[in-house]
Design a protein around this ligand. Structure first.
Ligand code: ZN
Length: 174
């Protein structure tokens, strides 16, 4: 398992639409292992493959409390079948939008169909944090970031801040 570099906004790769996986093979499983390692290292609860530059429809998540046992979840080619018309609001952050947080409204429950780590077909009724997290991650597969739900002004301010952070050069005094 290898910790990969997480891409951060602004970055065109993050805006790509990821492609379906034909078959869950060794390559995909190794990718999922790396993604999980990268996510734990960054102290995140979810990561999409595109965030490490791989445009495949693969997500890893672990929403358990950090003190407890690790409970990794793997989603390959996830599809949302059913969204609740009731919404819930969470303050969201994203490993690709470092140090920025904002409240986002999303359907409070959803039904997800996907392939698991071994390529088996699975269904999951997600509620609460799990529902929000999976919808956030699935947005990544479409090239969407949570800041896209904010007002234009708010979004622009965040992108400006992130660009500044990126362009910061080290100051040396000699
Ligand atoms: Zn994210």
């Amino acid at each position: 398992m290898t910790v990969k570099t997480i891409l951060t906004e602004p970055n065109k790769i993050l805006r790509q639409v990821s492609l379906p996986v034909e078959k869950v093979g060794k390559e995909e499983q190794e990718l999922m292992n790396d993604m999980l390692e990268t996510m734990y290292d960054a102290k995140g609860i979810g990561l999409a493959a595109i965030q490490i530059g791989v445009p495949k429809r693969i997500i890893v998540m672990d929403i358990e409390n950090k003190d407890k046992e690790k409970k990794p979840m793997y989603f390959v080619n996830p599809i949302i079948k059913n969204k609740n018309s009731n919404h819930s609001t969470y303050e969201e952050g994203c490993l690709s939008v470092p140090n920025q947080f904002a409240e986002v409204d999303r359907p409070s429950t959803c039904l997800v169909e996907y392939l698991d780590y071994d390529g088996n077909k699975k269904k999951l009724k997600a509620t609460g944090l799990l529902a929000t997290c999976i919808q956030h991650e699935m947005d990544h597969l479409e090239g969407i970031l949570f800041i896209d739900y904010l007002s234009k002004l708010k979004k622009m301010m965040i992108i400006k801040k992130l660009s500044k952070q990126k362009n910061k050069v080290d100051r040396i005094i000699v």
